[in-house]
Design a protein. Structure first.
Length: 135
């Protein structure tokens, strides 16, 4: 048996394939999904999503959203998602530095802007962790 996994952001379909299993970071901890899993709706947290297919494991950085499991299908609707292969480490480090500087300056600014910047910093950190895995 296998699962069908689809990961979608507001900008694009990031991943779509038939897989053996997936581990999703959720606000309550990691959730492993295998074929035959019970129906589930859960909130996705910032973190590393792991996809197993055959002898290979693929890593993606995800940020926010929801995951729906049912009928051997997993749908992840994320605010942000990117595969490890597409992460540009230098660009992420530069964006992280800019966001951290803006965060310091925005400490007394609009709470929504402050929260947005915190989200950018968290997602940049997740991307760097995924990219640097296995070094």
């Amino acid at each position: 048996m296998s699962l069908t996994l689809e990961i979608v952001t507001p900008d694009a379909r990031v991943y779509s394939d038939t897989i053996d299993s997936v581990v999703i970071p959720t606000v309550e901890g990691e959730v492993g999904i295998l074929p035959g899993h019970i129906a589930l709706l859960t909130q996705v947290a910032d973190g590393e999503l792991r996809v197993s297919k055959g002898t290979e494991t693929h890593y993606l950085a995800v940020s926010g959203g929801f995951a729906e499991v049912g009928d051997d299908r997993v749908r992840v609707l994320a605010e942000h998602a990117i595969t490890a292969e597409k992460i540009d480490e230098g660009a992420v480090e530069a964006a992280l530095k800019r966001a951290e500087e803006q965060l310091k300056a925005a400490a007394t600014a609009d709470p929504a802007e402050f929260e947005h910047l915190q989200g950018l910093v968290r997602f940049a950190g997740v991307q760097l962790a995924v990219k640097r895995r296995g070094r």
